[in-house]
Design a protein around this ligand. Structure first.
Ligand SMILES: [Zn+2]
Length: 161
């Protein structure tokens, strides 16, 4: 994705107050490999129940605050519905996001299963255990599929806002 600045990220958050956006803890953006990042996601180092997801919807940068469950339901394996990686159940979390605008203020939210570390971009480029590294064409396809899912997810959060 196109690189983003801290100011752009804070201004892009659609489902939290300005104060919450100003208060977010961001990773060191200088360490991010933007060329290998489809969407930028991270867990809040100060609150394990919170995460953040930011991506470009065409020219508009959209950021979403996510809430993770307090305790996961134990299943043997689970699938991330954004990057479609099948991982250990503790590596996938059901995140919910308050909707933007009026419906969010009424308490509406949307939820989906996402890699717990919000590291789908790394997953689509990862070499599966005991297999060869994915070739570039496969990564391009998985990356495009991931972005399509992220688009649909943030469209549901935006809900016209
Ligand atoms: Zn994922």
């Amino acid at each position: 994705m196109e690189p983003v600045t801290e100011e752009q990220i804070r201004a892009a958050m659609v489902n939290c107050s300005r104060g919450e956006a100003a208060d977010m803890t961001l990773p060191d953006l200088k360490k991010i490999n933007w060329a290998e990042t489809d969407y930028f996601g991270w867990r809040d180092p100060r609150s394990r129940l919170r995460g953040f997801l930011v991506h470009w919807r065409d020219d508009r940068l959209v950021g979403v605050v996510l809430r993770a469950p307090d305790s996961g339901v134990r299943r043997p394996a689970a699938m991330c519905l954004l990057c479609e990686s099948v991982r250990q159940s503790n590596e996938i979390a059901l995140f919910t996001a308050r909707k933007a605008g009026a419906s969010g203020r009424k308490g509406d939210s949307v939820g989906t299963y996402i890699c717990a570390d919000l590291d789908c971009s790394r997953q689509v480029r990862a070499t599966p255990p005991g297999r060869a590294a994915p070739d570039e064409a496969v990564v391009i396809l998985r990356s495009a599929a991931l972005l399509t899912k992220v688009y649909a997810f943030t469209a549901a959060v935006l809900d016209g806002a």
